[in-house]
Design a protein around this ligand. Structure first.
Ligand SMILES: *[C@@H]1O[C@H](CO)[C@@H](O)[C@H](O)[C@H]1NC(C)=O
Ligand SMILES: *[C@@H]1O[C@H](CO)[C@@H](O)[C@H](O)[C@H]1NC(C)=O
Length: 346
């Protein structure tokens, strides 16, 4: 056991012994007394949980392409920037986004895993009658969910795009030296927050809500955004619409913290071990990443792309983590590569 893991465990023990350690408060469920109201439509899943969704683009009945959008950390079904382009009408694209469990108006799933989220997505597609297969686009932490879909429900996927997908530094296929180097690019407070998420998930709530030292910068919204991201953030702020409070209206634990525990703790996924989901070229998988992404290191994304020849890797020069919320030309490139792949090849 490394000394860093020992420090995490020691702090955990002291926290427990002196009782500043608070267990997470129960989530404020939507539609219950004292909880936020249920405003949008929801489907009920296999275990009784409700999943809230939102439709965008052209009406489903008229659509040529049907796409499920998976949002990132600290976001929600309201984040659908990628749909804001004329190409959507032109090509006839229907999108449905949903609040991941514990976010917005979706019931929490304390048993959440990478697999359970893939099954939630499959059920969403079936209940909304998107057909046997649908396209899927995942942004940041939602990109990790797309890897999960390629592993657990590949038969439902017609094509996939991963936009600045979050990597887990502990995926076994990464060469240790490369992963360690990338890990140390992160702010020190995040290195510690991830160690806690991985090695002491029972401490995650306390670690990220105590006031003695900084917890995850990503959970605090102060992550390492580079210059291109800051421009996009300024533009979004000027538009005056923010859904940040909505994302965590049921509490931070089953949204943010569960994300960290699943994204960095669970061991049931290593994308580099995945098989080509489209061995006969019946679909395509695209991974987009910015060279100036300060949140997810480009070095690891390049490694994944090299290991998986069936992934079409698109690197955006001078782009940060939030490029999918930026220029229309980038959105158009992403959508046309994903949806018109066949036409371009033939
Ligand atoms: C889902 O919604 C239904 C009806 O609105 C409710 O009865 C049920 O308790 C909800 N499920 C959970 C897990 O809260
Ligand atoms: C922010 O990200 C850039 C690009 O990956 C990196 O060079 C830099 O060291 C990071 N800064 C901090 C404070 O983590």
């Amino acid at each position: 056991m490394s000394w860093k893991i020992r420090v995490v465990l020691l702090i955990g023990f002291v926290a427990w012994a002196y009782r500043p350690f608070r267990p997470p408060p129960p989530p404020r469920l939507c539609g219950t007394k004292g909880g936020p109201p249920v405003v949008g439509p929801r489907i009920q899943l296999r275990d009784g949980r409700n999943l809230s969704y939102k439709e965008h683009g052209v009406p489903k009945e008229a659509a040529k392409y049907k796409v499920i959008l998976v949002h990132g950390f600290s976001s929600s079904k309201h984040e659908a920037s990628i749909t804001a382009t004329d190409l959507v009408e032109k090509l006839g694209i229907y999108f449905v986004s949903f609040d991941r469990p514990g976010y917005g108006e979706s019931d929490p799933d304390p048993k959440r895993t990478i697999k359970s989220l893939a099954l939630d997505i499959e059920e969403l597609g079936l209940q909304l009658q998107l057909g046997a297969k649908f396209y899927i686009i995942g942004i940041s932490m939602g990109g990790q969910a797309v890897w999960g879909c390629l592993k657990y429900i590949p038969h439902r996927v017609k094509g996939a795009a991963l936009l600045a997908p979050v990597v887990n530094y502990w995926w076994p296929s990464f060469p240790p030296a490369l992963a360690t180097e990338a890990y140390h690019l992160q702010p020190v407070q995040d290195q510690w927050a991830l160690r806690v998420a991985r090695h002491a998930p029972w401490l995650v709530y306390w670690w990220n809500t105590q006031k003695w030292f900084p917890g995850s910068s990503v959970a605090a919204g102060t992550q390492n955004f580079t210059a291109p991201d800051l421009q996009i953030i300024a533009k979004m702020a000027a538009s005056g619409v923010s859904h940040k409070a909505y994302a965590t209206q049921q509490g931070v634990h089953e949204s943010y913290h569960r994300d960290m525990m699943v994204g960095f703790g669970h061991r049931d996924l290593d994308p580099m071990q995945l098989e080509d989901p489209f061995p006969h070229g019946e679909g395509s998988v695209h991974l987009w990443h910015g060279t100036d992404d300060g949140v997810v290191p480009v070095s690891l994304q390049r490694y994944i792309a090299e290991e998986l020849p069936w992934v079409q890797y698109h690197e955006l020069p001078n782009a940060g983590h939030l490029f999918s919320c930026g220029e229309t030309a980038v959105k158009d490139a992403i959508l046309s590569k994903l949806l018109m792949a066949d036409k371009m090849v033939h």
